[in-house]
Structures are given as structure tokens and as C-alpha cells.
Design a protein around this ligand. Structure first.
Ligand code: FAD
Ligand code: NAI
Length: 472
């Protein structure tokens, strides 16, 4: 006997679980299927983000930041500490607790919203008159609509598969049991910088090998330069423009042969190696072929601007489709699809999706960079304000970085905001709201900001666009 649903969501990461909750809120009889298992084999909804991504990485970033502050920052405040040490097992235990709180939170939200949760792998069986048959474990479900939100997985280096002991993906990187003396990272993208920061703060000697000749190519150049300066000063060794060759695993570590930027033959010997060279969309086990769901050469499910696949009433959202691989992008798509199913006009504005890198200093941006505006031939005005001149930043003892605002030269509309500095992740929200409401830099410059606060730097950057900063 099949069970019938209005909407079946496959995957309970941020794309899937949010889509399921919104669909249920809209009155649809909704099922959500997820196969992730916790250490005891039970359900662990939340996907990559909750289990091996956003949440555990931020937990470790927080612990390691406390450790670094205690070791290097407290003395300046007159706080003395003796015998400072890190208990890695406790740090990992706390991280696991934070993850479990989030898993349990999602199960609670499913109950609260009357979403029927199935723990197991969901796979298409066939198209039927009422929609699609989807199998989970031995159960047959029929859904009028299906939302695929099966996420992504880490990309391995050719010839160097993840063993999660010496060669680590994000999964292994989040459960290294003791601080390695030496740690290598391939790729200085978001994971490379965040995970590199965690283990450097705890005492590892960290080397990052990056193929591209420029550091953080997608980030505004001025901001990327400032961040690079900080990371180098902290002791992260970042080598750009390298070509990674053979990777050999030995008894006590990993040896990476590579060519330096000038073509010189080099070798990196490290205890452990994290490979963070991007992620690939995940459709394993979905049995997409059975219904003819189109998947492109990169492995992504092909969708239009509104997340419609090539099949009627089959939708796909999040990392498994085009666009940035970010949890909040997946969530927005999930909400929009549920609303479209309900005949509403769900909308995702790709121009105002914020990016955050949770290093220290944090890097956050929304909208276009100066190099993108130049490439598009847009006339713009730029304003920057350094945290060095911000009272709150001085009181915090954290004056690295700046806020940079880019506005259209003719209309003054804000086209991009780029921040490197403390709590950039929180500060960027104001810029997102401003851009969503098509604010001008003058609008932001005239809004009252609390004093003393880091957000005053955003107001001052807006003033700087018109060359009239008040505090610099
Ligand atoms: P996922 O979260 O990958 O979820 C997909 C789910 O579907 C999984 O639970 C999987 O088990 C399940 N599944 C797959 N196939 C099936 C099937 N056939 N049947 C049943 N279940 C199935 N993004 C941010 O915005 N901020 C961050 O700070 C951030 N930090 C990150 C840190 C790391 C280390 C990593 C790796 C990623 C990070 N990301 C971050 C990216 C973020 O995790 C992803 O963009 C997000 O998880 C994508 O959500 P999703 O729902 O599309 O897929
Ligand atoms: P990434 O795309 O951010 O960075 C990958 C880096 O590896 C790039 O700089 C690339 O040039 C480099 N690279 C690729 N192949 C290489 C090779 N063979 N040798 C050396 N360098 C190579 O990917 P990453 O860090 O794996 O993260 C995956 C995704 O997860 C991110 O794009 C992001 O969407 C998401 N994420 C988001 C976070 C956040 O929002 N704070 C945190 C972590 C991940």
C-alpha cells in the first residue's frame, strides 16, 4: 500500500527541511525523507550544514577563538592565565552536542508543523497518474510534487581518495582527535581558511596550497588583500599559484609533491591533509534515471530560474542545483518552491545573497565587487572606513579591517558592501536589507546608528562615498 502526499521532499538539509516546513505551513500534506545517520544510527536531519558543515565548523571556530584570545588577547586586558591548554576531546564533544541540539530541533519542528519524516534513502521509482512514486526503505510513497534537495559532497583530488584519517574531507577535518604538529590544506577557499584557522589557533603549523594565483578571487581585491595580510601575520602559510601533483600517504603522514608559482618542484610533508577544493552536487541513490530527471555534466540537477526541473511537478533546490553552495541560498529556494507549488510568487534575489567567511577577521560581502563593476563598465563611487577609527572596535581591542561601500555614480544606489573585520557576519545584514530596499548610500548615511557600535563603520563608509566621513 502506498502512502499519498501532496509534497515529498528528498533531503533534510537547509534546502529540504525548510521547504518541507513551508509546504506544511501552506496546508500541504508533506513528507520529508533523509538518510543521514547519527553515531547511534538514528536520524540526524539538517544535512551537510548541521552535521558536517556550517554548525560544527562554527562551533570549532568559536572554541579555537576563545583559546587564541585566552593565549594572546587576555593579557592586554589585565587578565592572567596559567597553564592554558586545550582539551580537544572536550572541544569535539561540545561540537557534537551543538550538532545534536540542531538535529533534535529539526525533528521537533517537523512534529510541530506536521511534516511526516522518513529516515532512509529516498529514490524515484516511476511516474504515476497522481505524480511520482518514491521509495524509502521498503515503503512506497506517492507525491503530487517532489522537491529534490539532496545536497553536495566534497570533491577529492584525483588519485587521492579521502580516507578521513590522513586525507580528510570536511567530515574528517571536523573530528581530528588531537592537534597535528603540521597540517596541509589544498585549496584556500572558504573551508580551507576556516578549518586552517581552527587548527592553527590550536597550535598546528598550517600550510595552504592554492592553485589560483590570486587570493580569494571572488572577494573584492582590497578586502582580500587586507585579509591575506592578517592571515599571514597570524602564521597561516598560504602558497598561491601552485600545481598539486602526487599525494602519498605514509605511516606518519602525507607527502604532497607540487610545483610552486615559478614552476619549481616542491614537497609538503604534513601529519594530515585537508582537501577543500570545492564540492560536487550529490544525486547518488536517487535513481533519477527511472523518471528521466535531467542532470548536467557537473552532476547538478538542471533547473530553470524558479527551480523547476525538466519533469512536471519535480523541483530541485540548494547545493544540488546551480548557484552558490550556501545554506541560506538553499533555504530561500526551499521557501520559494513551496510557495510556487501553492500558486504564490516565491522569489529569490540572487543579487542580495550575502557571503561570509568566519575567519578572524571575518570577511562578509553582498553585491558586486569593485573589479566586477569595472568589468561591467559601471561608473561607481567607493567609500571605505577603517575599524581603526571606530570607538567600539578600539574598546574591543579588535581594529583590523574596514567597511567598503560601492554605489552607482549616477543614482547613488548601493551596488556592493564588503567588510573585513570583527563580526562582519552580523554587520552585513544591514547592507543586505539596504540593497534589498534599493537604498542609496545617502540613505544609510542619514540613518541613526547606535554609539558605540561596529555598525557605525557602515554608516561612515556610506558617508565616505560622498567624501564626508565624520570620524576619519
Ligand atoms: P545538504 O545540507 O547537503 O543536505 C542534503 C541532505 O540530503 C543530506 O542530509 C543527505 O543525507 C540527504 N540525502 C541525499 N540524498 C538522499 C536520498 N537519496 N535520500 C534521502 N536523503 C538524501 N554554508 C553557509 O551558508 N554558511 C556556512 O557557514 C557554511 N559552512 C560550511 C562549512 C563546511 C565545512 C561545509 C562543507 C559547508 C558549509 N556551508 C556553509 C555550505 C552548506 O553546508 C550547504 O550549502 C548546505 O548544507 C546546502 O544545503 P542542502 O539542503 O542543499 O544540502
Ligand atoms: P571553495 O570553492 O570555496 O574553494 C576551493 C578552492 O580550491 C578554490 O580557491 C580553488 O581555486 C582551489 N582549488 C581547486 N582545485 C585545486 C587544486 N587541484 N589544487 C589547489 N587548489 C585548488 O570550496 P571549499 O572551500 O571546498 O568549500 C565548498 C563550498 O562550501 C564553498 O564554495 C561554499 O559554498 C561552502 N562553504 C561555505 C562556508 C561559509 O559560507 N562560511 C564555509 C565553508 C564552505
Amino acid at each position: 500500500m502506498s502512502k499519498n502526499f501532496d509534497v515529498i521532499v528528498i533531503g533534510a538539509g537547509p534546502g529540504g527541511y525548510i521547504a518541507a516546513i513551508r509546504a506544511a505551513q501552506l496546508g500541504f500534506n508533506t513528507a520529508c525523507i533523509d538518510e543521514w545517520k547519527n553515531a547511534l544510527g538514528g536520524p540526524a536531519p539538517g544535512g551537510t550544514c548541521t552535521n558536517v558543515g556550517c554548525i560544527p565548523s562554527k562551533a570549532l571556530l568559536q572554541s579555537s577563538e576563545h583559546f587564541e584570545h585566552a593565549g594572546h588577547g587576555f593579557a592586554d586586558h589585565g587578565i592572567g592565565l596559567k597553564d592554558l591548554r586545550i582539551d580537544v576531546a572536550q572541544m569535539l564533544k561540545r561540537k557534537d552536542t551543538v550538532v545534536k541540539q540542531n538535529n533534535d530541533g529539526i525533528l521537533y519542528l517537523f512534529k510541530k508543523n506536521k511534516v511526516t519524516f522518513f529516515h532512509g534513502r529516498g529514490s524515484f521509482v516511476r511516474a504515476v497518474a497522481e505524480g511520482y512514486e518514491v521509495k524509502v526503505n521498503d515503503q512506497s510513497l506517492i507525491g503530487s510534487h517532489v522537491i529534490v534537495a539532496t545536497g553536495s559532497s566534497a570533491r577529492a583530488l584525483p588519485g587521492a581518495p579521502f580516507d578521513e584519517d590522513r586525507i580528510l574531507s570536511n567530515e574528517g577535518a571536523l573530528r581530528i582527535g588531537s592537534v597535528p604538529k603540521t597540517l596541509g590544506l589544498i585549496g584556500s577557499g572558504v573551508i580551507g581558511l576556516e578549518m586552517g584557522s581552527v587548527w592553527r589557533r590550536l597550535g598546528a603549523q598550517v600550510t595552504v596550497l592554492e592553485a589560483l594565483p590570486t587570493f580569494l578571487g571572488a572577494v573584492d581585491e582590497q578586502i582580500a588583500r587586507e585579509a591575506h595580510k592578517s592571515f599571514t601575520k597570524q602564521g597561516l602559510n598560504i602558497e598561491l599559484g601552485v600545481t598539486v601533483g602526487d599525494v602519498k600517504v605514509g605511516k606518519s603522514g602525507v607527502s604532497v609533491a607540487y610545483k610552486g608559482a615559478k614552476g619549481e618542484a616542491l614537497r609538503l610533508d604534513v601529519e594530515r591533509l585537508i582537501v577543500s577544493i570545492g564540492r560536487v552536487p550529490h544525486t547518488t541513490g536517487l535513481n533519477a534515471e527511472s523518471v528521466g530527471l535531467r542532470i548536467d555534466e557537473r552532476g547538478a540537477i538542471v533547473v530553470d530560474a524558479e527551480c523547476r526541473t525538466n519533469l512536471p511537478n519535480v523541483w530541485a533546490v540548494g547545493d544540488v542545483v546551480r548557484g552558490p553552495m550556501l545554506a541560506h541560498k538553499a533555504e530561500e529556494e526551499g521557501v520559494a518552491v513551496a510557495e510556487r507549488i501553492a500558486g504564490q510568487h516565491g522569489h529569490v534575489n540572487f543579487n542580495t545573497i550575502p557571503w561570509v567567511i568566519y575567519t578572524h577577521p571575518e570577511i562578509a560581502w553582498v553585491g558586486e565587487t569593485e573589479q566586477q563593476l569595472k568589468a561591467r563598465g559601471v561608473a561607481y563611487r567607493a567609500g571605505t572606513f577603517p575599524f581603526m577609527a571606530n570607538g567600539r572596535a578600539r574598546a574591543l581591542g579588535d581594529t583590523t579591517g574596514m567597511v567598503k561601500m560601492l554605489a552607482d555614480a549616477a543614482t547613488d544606489e548601493i551596488l556592493g558592501v564588503h567588510i573585513v573585520g570583527a563580526l562582519a557576519s552580523e554587520l552585513i545584514a544591514e547592507a543586505v536589507v539596504a540593497m534589498e530596499f534599493k537604498a542609496s548610500s545617502e540613505d544609510l548615511a542619514r540613518i541613526c546608528h547606535a554609539h558605540p557600535s561596529l555598525s557605525e563603520a557602515t554608516k561612515e563608509a556610506a558617508l565616505a562615498v560622498d567624501k564626508r566621513t565624520l570620524n576619519f
